[in-house]
Write a protein that binds this ligand. Structure first.
Ligand code: HEC
Length: 115
């Protein structure tokens, strides 16, 4: 009963196998990201996974994950100092990150989005 399988023209398309890999996944330096956040006193209001005066970074990540403009939005947020509402209901201008180094800022944003 070991008939050779008929070779048919039924060639599966392999084209769909290689979907675009996530673009620009430069290696994230988590230690540097946290050091920058610490230096800029971001942890006064944010933690990785607990809500303080601001949402946890995991929550922020969940909100933005998969959105094409996530990086741009978060960079803008931490460099422009928009008015934000704290958990206690008061409002203040958001803290501005204490570096102008785009690579460092991108690394921090990448870290947050990786959580
Ligand atoms: C005084 C408290 C406070 C400090 C300090 C602070 N944040 Fe925030 N942050 C907030 C609050 C409150 C929100 C929520 C704003 C909202 O959803 O309207 C927020 C939101 C964010 C978001 C999400 C923005 C969005 O569009 O959802 C990011 C990213 C962020 N902060 C990063 C940082 C970084 C980086 C630092 C340090 C440079 C920092 N925060 C320091 C209170 C703070």
């Amino acid at each position: 009963m070991s008939r050779a399988l008929p070779v048919t023209a039924c060639v599966l398309s392999a084209a769909a196998l290689i979907l675009a890999a996530p673009a620009a996944t430069a290696a994230i330096d988590a230690a540097a990201a946290q050091a920058l956040a610490k230096e800029s006193e971001c942890f006064k209001c944010h933690t990785v996974d607990k809500t303080k005066k601001g949402p946890s970074y995991k929550k922020i990540s969940a909100k933005y994950k998969g959105k094409a403009d996530a990086e741009a939005k978060l960079i803008k947020h931490m460099t422009s100092g928009p008015k934000v509402k704290l958990e206690d209901g008061s409002e203040e201008d958001h803290k501005i990150i204490e570096t102008k180094d785009q690579a460092e800022i991108k690394n921090l944003v990448g870290w947050i989005l990786s959580l």
